[in-house]
Design a protein around this ligand. Sequence first.
Ligand SMILES: [Mn+2]
Length: 355
Amino acid sequence: MAIPEEILEKARNALTHAARPLFFHDDDPDGTCSFVILYQFCKEGSGVAIKTSPVLTKEYLRKVDEYSPDLIVVLDKPKIDDEFLQAVKTPIVWIDHHEPQIETAKRFPNLFYINPRIWDDADNRPTSYWSYRIAKNNLWIATVGSVADWHVPDYIDEFAKTYPDLMPESYTGITDLYLDTPIAKLIRVIQFNLKGSTTEARKSVITLTRIESPYEILQQTTSRGRFLWKKYERLAAGYDRMLAEAKATAAETPESNILKYLYTDDSMTFTSELSNELLIRYPNRIILVGRKHDGNVKCSTRSKDIEMPTIVTESLKGCEGYGGGHRNACGIVVAEKDWDTFYAKFSELVDKALQ
Ligand SMILES: [Mn+2]
């Protein structure tokens, strides 16, 4: 069963009556699009992107004190610290689609927790999907946010009818929408605008809340659209160069099960975007993208079929580092001095798993 309509209605009510909502959202496209949808629905409030961790920590209590909200809305964050919840008496609406935090939800009466997996563990539709169901506005942002989180929403046909030129002529699944389409371009525009300093990213998110049509960005028809596009273009140059290098590596190593790409860039990280894109382009290979930084290599690994967490843990044995994640996507940090040891073990285990 999906989230019942009366639950969504309750959230809608809380948002309708809020005069000063304070939004904490994840700093990926899903979290950001959720914020844009609900902020425009309220036409009031302030937003804070949580950049560094999957947890809303007590450090953010300062933001609550500063703003004195009458409603707190937490979007697309898997966890909230107990200290944060103990200190806040304001009502909280928390919408998420990661591992359900049922125990936490029970312990705090001012917390209204919405997670589709409570009703159906297989239902992990993104936060922007549910935000759209609550607010019923901003179809294009809701579509971009959902596709960015790897989900084709059930309102895609409505999107296609409203914006036929933004859809590919035909598609069979998410991968046909995720790359090389106008939707994909909008995802990149949002992703790249969230990079950089907090102040810079905040300016971009505020600009995004004022955009009324995707063409403002795609065709740069307004100054706010141009603003977002410019930052996107500036970063896309670096990203595209890395992508081209990774593709060249793939062509040079056709026999390898692993597509490994390492880069050094002190200003910007593209590791997760790059590894997602490479997995779609090379679904038969294990993707390993790493950024050398501060004596470490910070990596993302992706696989279509084989289970990565055990391979990651095993490969890290005897190395300085840590890693883990989901079945098909893991993060790894390993000391640069131990890279060769790590990689030798990693490729041995990948080859074995694919035999
Ligand atoms: Mn999400």
